[in-house]
Ligand binder design. Structure first.
Ligand code: HEM
Length: 463
């Protein structure tokens, strides 16, 4: 889950974009991801928006602010990079939003101490009933929305559970979870029956790993996983009223279950993360529950998305899949490349605490700023030929895990779970193919991923 925010639809009813679908070749290298068609070095160092670019920026913002995912948002990000590193979006009578489009500007933004998480006034502006919604009001009390000393204290409380050494010890369990899910997949997909990767692999793999890390029983972790997936629409750029309502209900349930689980552990302590947090939070129930909800949501949502989107990259680029099958030691760089090519968190939301000048543009205090980190990961200033999926590429240091004070706490764990899964998955099912075009999650704009991804595991015509 992107522990970010809610920006109310400014653009409901906006027409579909008509963006081109991913242009991916059917065979080996040079492999590609959705092509942004960006000129190689077109990113200006500073921006001086013209009237024409303002109008275009507004149009592009409206294309993003809708309740359905764009199958290929990368050309739009590329065009915004061309307009400038910081693009103001101005609508009459509304405070401007600022889109930060390039790798350099996004990096500077995430590290700038004058820019932080959204504050209460932004929530009031964008989602007036946020305080009555269990998920948003609970998350607002978590470290994702804290700054300075308060934020450091929360991170320090959790940090020991996410050290590289401690994370490394989870490998064996990840292999066991993956093995058992792949065994079940093999049964379900016998005789070329289509199986939904999201349902049978991505959701359970991530829910079980996060649940076991925290000390949540497997059954409950699976249930919470499905609920968290629905609830995440609350954190989107522009959910529809129906999506928001469904998300609010699912979010209520997540908070309720997590509160009950915390109470259970208080009564009967165990050797687990929840019990450890209880002892660190003392009587501060709000701090405890908000960080538990954040942790499960964040630990579950993006890793789930990466399973489907990573697999899609391999299926579209069989030469890269073959490379990983033949040399599983490429799993580390393959994971980095998946994270760069298809960032699960595409957009991060921030607010300027004071007037800030970024890439030559002054952003007034109080403004909402959108870091388009997925566009930053496709910036030609970051890597050569950014739309090519190349698992042998040197890790780029992209922004898929964010940056600065709020850099993803679970990055080691997320990397490990992907490096364990992908070689096993590709080796076990070398003939896997898409059974039909996957369905993107909705809204799926800030948090990109699939809702359904039917594949066949065996050749449809083995004879
Ligand atoms: C592929 C997997 C993952 C991706 C792409 C990802 C991405 C991110 C991003 C972009 C942020 C920063 C959000 C912002 O600054 O607005 C973040 C924060 C966070 N992530 Fe992850 N994440 C992943 C997996 C995990 C896992 C496995 C956990 C824990 C089990 C986790 C826990 C957190 C937490 C607690 C934060 C908030 C940190 C803070 O506010 O200081 N994430 N993640």
């Amino acid at each position: 889950m992107n522990p970010s925010v809610v920006i109310e639809p400014r653009a409901s009813g906006t027409p579909a974009t008509g963006c081109p679908a991913s242009g991916t070749p059917a065979s080996s290298a040079p492999a590609s991801v959705p092509a942004s068609r960006a000129p190689a070095s077109s990113t200006p160092a500073t921006s001086t928006p013209t009237r024409a670019s303002n109008i275009e920026a507004r149009r592009m913002f409206l294309r993003m602010a809708r309740p359905h995912a764009d199958p290929n948002p990368y050309p739009l990000y590329a065009r915004l990079r061309e307009i400038g590193p910081v693009v103001p979006v101005v609508f009459p009578g509304v405070a401007p939003r600022y889109l930060v489009t390039t790798f350099a500007a996004c990096t500077a933004l995430l590290r700038d101490e004058n820019i932080g998480p959204l504050a209460e006034e932004h929530f009031h502006e964008t989602n007036p009933t946020w305080n009555e919604q269990a998920l948003t009001s609970t998350l607002f009390g978590s470290m994702a929305f804290h700054s300075g000393a308060e934020h450091r204290m929360d991170r320090a409380m959790l940090a020991k559970h996410f050290s590289p050494r401690r994370t490394g010890k989870r490998r064996e369990d990840m292999v066991a979870v993956a093995t058992s899910l792949l065994d079940q997949l093999a049964v379900l997909g016998a005789d070329a029956q289509p199986v939904d990767i999201e349902r049978e692999l991505a959701v359970p793999y991530s829910a079980l790993i996060t649940g076991r890390l925290m000390g949540i029983p497997d059954d409950q972790a699976l249930r919470l996983g499905w609920l968290a997936r629905q609830a995440s629409a609350t954190l989107e750029l522009a959910p529809s009223p129906g999506q928001r309502q469904q998300a609010v209900q699912a979010g209520d349930q997540v908070v309720k279950e997590m509160t009950a689980l915390a109470a259970e552990r208080r009564a009967q302590p165990r050797e687990d993360l929840i019990t450890d947090l209880i002892s660190q939070c003392g009587d501060d129930e709000d701090r405890l529950v908000s960080n538990l909800v954040l942790l499960f949501g964040a630990g579950f949502d993006s890793p789930t998305s990466i399973v489907g989107m990573g697999l899609r990259l391999f299926l579209d680029n069989p030469g890269q899949a073959q490379l990983l099958r033949e040399d599983p030691t490429l799993a580390d760089t393959a994971t980095e490349e998946i994270l760069r090519c298809e960032p699960a968190v595409q957009i991060m939301f921030r607010a300027a605490r004071r007037d800030v000048t970024l890439a030559g543009v002054t952003i007034p205090a109080g403004s909402i700023v959108l870091a388009l980190v997925a566009g930053a990961c496709h910036d030609p200033a970051l890597v050569d030929d950014p739309d090519r999926f190349d698992i042998r590429r040197r890790p780029s240091g992209g922004l898929s895990f964010g940056g600065g004070a709020h850099y993803c706490l679970g990055a080691h764990l997320a990397r490990l779970s992907a490096t364990v899964l992908f070689p096993m998955l590709l080796q076990r099912f070398p003939h896997m193919q898409l059974a039909e075009e996957p369905t993107y999650r909705s809204p799926g704009v800030a948090l990109r991923g699939f809702e359904r991804m039917p594949v066949t595991l065996t050749p449809t015509n083995p004879h």
